[in-house]
Design a protein around this ligand. Structure first.
Ligand code: CTP
Ligand code: MG
Length: 235
């Protein structure tokens, strides 16, 4: 069983508004993409870690070489596309027929835990597709034009995270169908759902946050300092 992880880092990071594209924004001095690649390489079940980067960031990525040198399992970067799904497609197209399982991860989620990656991979192997998700704590309202349309049952609402994992042939088929039908999603398993195929939900960690806005980066920094203080306290 050969397992590859695509780490999507080709976005612009408009909402973060940093001077560099989001994946290159440093968190305590280490760019998010380096943290996410390293987190994936630490997972025992993972054989290959594929960075998907914008061609416009080619030099920026090359400049990370010293920091990437110690990370095992890394392949050369693959150039992403205009939309997240295009980047995912480019990453998938780079994989050989030997790859059985594919996970797709946002470079913007640097805190993912190895044991959760292993669990979502195992579920995808069994079911065909799987994602990490956490139950929502807020009540969710569906809203259109400033009016509540519906209140879904809270116990049935989960917030989707990455990685999302697939048997390679399931993801290839779902992506081909989406491309043929002009369907775009920001969530990879959505492409499988729409074919009526099963997607397993694996309860993840609320700490596996996506860095989206500048306050997320501030909170992530505070959390890292806390984690370090804890480490030192128990040492
Ligand atoms: N991504 C990508 N290719 C794109 C768009 C997004 O690889 N064309 C990646 C981002 O780099 C990020 C992940 O997908 O790691 C999740 O997307 P998002 O949080 O939306 O990041 P950005 O698109 O960079 O941010 P924004 O939407 O604020 O511009
Ligand atoms: Mg985006």
């Amino acid at each position: 069983m050969t397992v590859a992880v695509l780490v999507l880092a080709a976005g612009r990071g408009e909402r973060l508004g940093a001077p560099v594209p989001k994946a290159f924004a440093p968190l305590a001095g280490v760019p998010l993409v380096v943290r996410s690649l390293a987190a994936m390489a630490r997972v025992r079940e993972v054989d290959r870690v594929v960075p998907v980067v914008a061609l416009a960031d080619r030099d920026r990525f090359a400049a990370l070489a010293p920091g990437l040198a110690g990370i095992p399992k890394l392949t050369a970067p693959v150039w992403g596309g205009a939309e997240r799904q295009d980047s995912m497609q480019a990453g998938l197209a780079s994989l050989g027929p030997d790859v059985d399982l594919v996970a797709v991860h946002d470079a913007a989620r640097p805190f993912v835990r190895a044991r959760d990656v292993a669990r979502v991979l195992a579920a995808a192997r069994d079911v065909g597709a799987a994602l990490l998700a956490v139950p929502v704590t807020d009540t969710i309202k569906r809203v259109r034009a400033g009016r509540v349309v519906e209140t879904p049952e809270r116990s049935e609402c989960w917030a989707a995270q990455t990685p999302q994992a697939f048997r390679a042939e399931v993801l290839r088929e779902a992506l081909a169908r989406a491309a043929a039908e002009g369907f775009q999603a920001t969530d990879d398993v959505r492409l499988v759902e729409r074919l009526g195929l099963p997607v397993a939900v694996v309860e993840g960690d609320p700490g596996n946050v996506k860095i989206t806005r500048s306050e997320d980066l501030t909170a992530a920094h505070a959390r890292l300092l806390d984690l370090r203080a804890c480490d030192e306290a128990v040492r």
